[in-house]
Design a protein around this ligand. Structure first.
Ligand SMILES: Cc1cc2nc3c(=O)[nH]c(=O)nc-3n(C[C@H](O)[C@H](O)[C@H](O)COP(=O)(O)OP(=O)(O)OC[C@H]3O[C@@H](n4cnc5c(N)ncnc54)[C@H](O)[C@@H]3O)c2cc1C
Length: 427
């Protein structure tokens, strides 16, 4: 395997979108906007800018959708990686309402882009949030009430044990919430679809073109090993894969490993004994499990995390054990793929948007909820570069702190903090 190959995921084996050529960047170029990173955020930014008539060059170190966007569970939900209370505390109720509304627009944007550009990504709506313990049910009741009374959101319906069981065929859960306006898609085909749409509006995409340095200035100069791009604006869309490219931003996001398995396709009997209504599911734990059926009826089951950069021991066995604890009927079903990727989390679990200098924009740190919000970030950055920054700036106002302890200490601190939550998950 070369270094630019995808993780060996089921997604990679079910690609349905072909791009126009994406040659490695060579020699010197001048453009309006240089986007760095070819995930949902970068591809959406390129698409929205190209649509507005900007000349765009997108540089991707490996391949389009190589990062989290080609590895994710693909669940599409309104809201952020944190509750709206955190947002209201940081920004006040008015801005919190705008952010909630934009998170709903993010979900609508997925639907719109998929139909406008005919992206074959198996988008399907219908979502079940499941409760394992009584305190989860209380949390859900408060959440449903708060979203209805304070944010005018009425799309969540509480479910009792039987109503959950009719959708998620297990005795494991005591109740839950049904949400029509959330769902799931094939994240790699979705991201490739955005990239293809960007190309159709004239954006130039370059794979195998890792950016090694950004020289600030007006215009800024973006360097790769074999070429350079001079641009009026730069957009950083590298999320948890940012690494050393910008050290000041790096301290705000922490890469956390997250993993998914895909079973062999299930027969009708096993579908009935797992997800008979074919909806997406996640539970209420802090370190949550999430799953759904693929278009060819594999169970894609996500869960396990790693905070130290290493794959958890016995990962495959642990994931299989989790899956069969919930669905005993799936014992003996073959797991055909297992893969993982980095989720970029921030300390307060709300995304981190902003500018470095005047003309370098960034959006990252979706804390596990970037599938929809990454696309919205691209739309907002295109608006801001086009001169309408009000909506981008609502997000950019959100205060964010560095992870304590700097680069080397923040991992152990986070492990400590998360072990606390893991313990809570057990209670
Ligand atoms: C296992 C897993 C499950 C997830 N499940 C969900 C889910 O169900 N729902 C949800 O909403 N979110 C989920 N997420 C999170 C979601 O995938 C991300 O929030 C989203 O994909 C972020 O997109 P992005 O474009 O910002 O970043 P990425 O998709 O990570 O893209 C960043 C890109 O930047 C490139 N890059 C990095 N450095 C450079 C450089 N120097 N030069 C050029 N390119 C560079 C990388 O190669 C990469 O392709 C999950 C993530 C993982 C890992």
């Amino acid at each position: 395997m070369g270094m630019t190959d995808y993780a060996d995921s089921w997604y990679e084996h079910s690609i349905r979108v072909e791009l126009q050529p994406t040659p490695r960047l060579e020699s010197e170029h001048r453009t309006d906007v240089c986007v760095i990173g070819g995930g949902v955020t970068g591809c959406s930014t390129a698409l929205h800018l190209a649509r507005r008539g900007y000349r765009v060059k997108l540089l991707e170190a490996k391949r389009i959708a190589w990062g989290a966007s080609g590895r994710a569970g693909g669940h599409v939900l309104p809201g952020l990686g944190t509750g709206m209370d955190t947002v209201a505390k940081g920004l006040g109720k008015g801005d919190a309402q705008s952010i909630w509304d934009m998170s709903r627009e993010a979900v609508q944007l997925v639907d719109d882009l998929v139909s406008e550009y005919s992206i074959p990504c198996d988008l399907r709506w219908g979502y079940v949030h499941t409760a394992i313990k009584p305190r989860h049910m209380k949390m859900y009741r408060d959440w449903v009430d708060q979203m209805a009374s304070e944010y005018g959101y009425h799309d969540m319906e509480l479910l009792d044990r039987e109503a959950v069981r009719a959708r998620v065929s297990t005795d494991y859960y005591i109740g839950g919430i049904h949400e029509n306006g959330a769902g799931r898609l094939h994240p790699m085909n979705y991201t490739l679809g955005l990239a293809r749409a960007a190309q159709s509006h004239g954006a130039e995409l370059h794979e195998d073109s890792a950016v090694t340095r950004i020289e600030s200035g007006d215009p800024a100069r973006v360097h790769t090993e074999h070429g350079q791009v001079e641009a009026d604006f730069v957009v950083l869309a590298c999320n948890a894969y940012l690494d050393e490219l910008d050290r000041s931003l790096r301290s705000k996001i922490m890469p956390v490993g997250n993993y998914v398995i895909a079973t062999e396709p299930l027969d009708e009997h096993r579908v009935q004994q797992s997800l008979p209504t074919d909806e997406a599911v996640s539970d209420a734990n802090f370190v949550l499990d999430y799953y759904h059926l693929s278009a060819d009826r594999r169970l894609l089951y996500g869960g396990q995390v790693s905070y130290n950069g290493r794959e958890p021991r016995n990962l495959r066995q642990r994931m299989e054990a989790k899956m069969t604890r919930i669905f005993p009927a799936l014992a003996g079903v073959r797991v055909e793929y297992i893969w993982g990727g980095w989720v970029g989390i921030t300390l307060n679990r709300s995304p981190h948007f902003g500018r470095v200098g005047g003309n370098v924009y960034f959006a990252h740190g979706y804390s596990g909820q970037g599938m929809a919000m990454g696309g919205m970030a691209g739309k907002l950055m295109a608006e801001a570069i086009g001169g309408q920054a009000e909506r981008f700036d609502v997000f950019a106002r959100m205060p964010h702190r560095d992870f304590p302890g700097g680069r080397h200490l923040r991992t152990p601190l986070l492990v400590l903090a998360t072990n606390f939550y893991r313990l809570r998950d057990l209670i």
